[in-house]
Design a protein around this ligand. Sequence first.
Ligand SMILES: O=P(O)(O)OC[C@H]1O[C@H](OP(=O)(O)OP(=O)(O)O)[C@H](O)[C@@H]1O
Ligand SMILES: NC(=O)CC[C@H](N)C(=O)O
Ligand SMILES: [Mg+2]
Length: 509
Amino acid sequence: MCGIVGVISQSPVNQLIYDALLLLQHRGQDAAGIVTMQGTKCFMHKARGMVRDVFRTRNMRALPGNVGLGQVRYPTAGNAYSEEEAQPFYVNAPFGIVLVHNGNLTNAQTLKQELFAVDRRHINTESDTEVLINILAHELELAARDLPLTPEEVFKAVAAVHRRIKGSYAVVALIAGYGLLAFRDPYGIRPLCLGEMPTEGGKDYMVASESVAMEGTGHRFVRDIAPGEAVFVDLAGQVHAQQCAERSSLNPCMFEFVYLARPDSVIDGISVYQARLNMGETLAQRVISTMPPSEIDVVIPIPESSRPAAMQLAQKLGKPYREGFVKNRYVGRTFIMPGQSVRKKSVRQKLNAIGVEFKGRNVLLVDDSIVRGTTSKEIVQMAREAGANKVYMASAAPPVRYPNVYGIDMPTMEELIAHNRSMEEIRQFIGADALIYQDLEGMKRVVSALQPALQGFEASCFDGQYVTGDVSVADFAAIRAQRVAQVTEEEEGADRSRLALQSAQGTSH
Ligand SMILES: O=P(O)(O)OC[C@H]1O[C@H](OP(=O)(O)OP(=O)(O)O)[C@H](O)[C@@H]1O
Ligand SMILES: NC(=O)CC[C@H](N)C(=O)O
Ligand SMILES: [Mg+2]
């Protein structure tokens, strides 16, 4: 996942986009970028790093205009260390298009060849987003008849894009001189919503990955963009919307509710916070059926994302909920960091135990999910070092056993701690005295209870069912091969970054 935002306003948007990106920072920490448009001229600044580091005052001053978009990137295709793959992407024809994307195309490699051989377009990076913008540009070229470009032609192009690309995609694009386009894949895997703000001269509009970006910038949440739908806001502030997919259904990514999204966001009508509370409630049932609650002295969350689930679980068990770990707020989210060595080191930098909460106690540690097991293994060890008597571990999500190809960076099975391991083997790996997982059906039931309009969830990392139903063996292999090749590069890149930092700080290791 990444965080994306687009704005069409009656006043300058650079600061507004910056603020929205800060509110979406939890969705991507690797790179950030903003494009603004004044007249038909686009201004871009993008670089690797978090929002605060990427945009200095001089960069902000160089982003004029009342229309723009931005992105925070968590790479799931291509290279995390390449500045060129930071978003937005730009193509100069037709019209001039800039685009940001959250998601992952499963047929990017095939499309890349097709673009070159048939559409005569060259793709210069490994990013699937560069493929996407070129497909959109090509289809817009075909759909546009006489000038000016009409919303109907834009929708025709989006319909053609839906037919060609596979996978997950929430997209915001600017078409120079025409307006802001936003669309969502026909399964609604990745989130995208629309907001507005009344102004003296009419209304300003915002589209963003999560509702928190609207609330935090004073916009009123209007609605989620429907799966397969495209919304086009022209430069006069007129909103046009159309369903552009032949078939559509609402199957949001379960991992958004487990971990990715902020708890104060509402996605497709489901409060992320409430979803997490409900997960805590069903997890409590699992704990009760595994061990007598009398064996547990205290429930301790592993900050940050597990807090609501842990809180509800503790209440259900009638046990005290205590903050036993303090999180260093200056270290980012470890799971979305590229490279296993960085992730591992960051767990200890990020979390520290408070001795009194552990000494001589039987503690039940709760995390939202166990993916590679990096966090749980370190944390169990830390709880023991802090003097815990027994250390039990509970996960508010079921075992993650299958690769994700829709925008969460877990493309290979081997890296997943629960893949091909029994419960006992996982327990031994993380070193806990007991291990309790959420059950998948229970989780689906309590989250879908919050939204009757759901057709289901994209929950492939838990159940191996890929909702688009069209991921071929070759697609899996291509995604896997590309990411495996990147892992080595990313590890090396991480080492390079660390060495550079150390030499800047004058340390040697
Ligand atoms: O099993 P693993 O591979 O370690 O991945 C799972 C862990 O990673 C995430 O935490 P993260 O530090 O990214 O973010 P958070 O502060 O939002 O919990 C998640 O909340 C789990 O704690
Ligand atoms: N996490 C995402 O949404 C990633 C978007 C895109 N696939 C990239 O790697 O840049
Ligand atoms: Mg965590």
